[in-house]
Design a binder for this molecule. Sequence first.
Ligand SMILES: Cc1cc2nc3c(=O)[nH]c(=O)nc-3n(C[C@H](O)[C@H](O)[C@H](O)COP(=O)(O)O)c2cc1C
Length: 252
Amino acid sequence: MSKKTIIGIIAIIILVAIIGVIYFLGGNSNTGDETSQTISDSNVRFSNAEENNAGANTENQTEPTTTNEGLKTLIVYFSVPETDSPDNMTQDEENSTVVVNGEVLGNTQYVAQLISRYTGGDLFRLEPVDAYPTNHEELLQRAADEMRSDVRPEINSTIENFEEYDVIFVGYPIWNADLPPIINTFLEQYNFEGKTVVPFCTHGGSGLAGTPRTIANKLSNSNVIQNGFSLSRSNMESAETEVESWLQEIYN
Ligand SMILES: Cc1cc2nc3c(=O)[nH]c(=O)nc-3n(C[C@H](O)[C@H](O)[C@H](O)COP(=O)(O)O)c2cc1C
């Protein structure tokens, strides 16, 4: 092998090593930026919870995560986005959805994700065995039928280690000025004794419609926060700031 060839090989090896180091550092600093952006923009007292809870936002939860408030926090929610396509939405579809980075989320689902981001709590989405229709008229009809007959729609999966959580956020859209029936299934299926329960909702004008009191009446042996959160579907763009200031209020 000539001297030139050897020098050439060494140069290639050094080049590959340099590219590798740049790629590695670049990848890490990206992750760091995303985290610090989320965290440093927030003044919430427990806002660095994410550092302790990598993966806390992943739906659905597996092992309970402890936030840096020292509390195991779970965000359980129900949400029915009326489409999964961000294109050519009807007014009804727009009303029930938020598009975040091209992903279609239900209004309540989006609020639940924000609460998880700020608190570091785990997420769990309540889904019925018999899925709700995404067609608006059919959904209204099914909701009306279920509420008239006071049914308890079966939930398609169970929450692991529910007993280990201290704080349970419970989120739902207001349906016919009340809790959606699947929330009743959830409240009756688990033991809430000694837990702090924090209601939140999205709505089309009714606000919380007395649902924190309804929940407190059902869960007589837990502490149901009455200062629940409500956000109108017409104000979804202010969700981040509204959620953050509400959390500051209830944690201070
Ligand atoms: C079956 C049904 C009943 C509703 N009833 C009410 C109501 O009584 N009051 C109200 O303010 N909004 C009502 N809404 C509007 C929803 O609460 C609102 O669009 C909510 O943000 C939907 O959240 P989601 O996308 O997480 O499902 C109703 C929506 C549906 C589908």
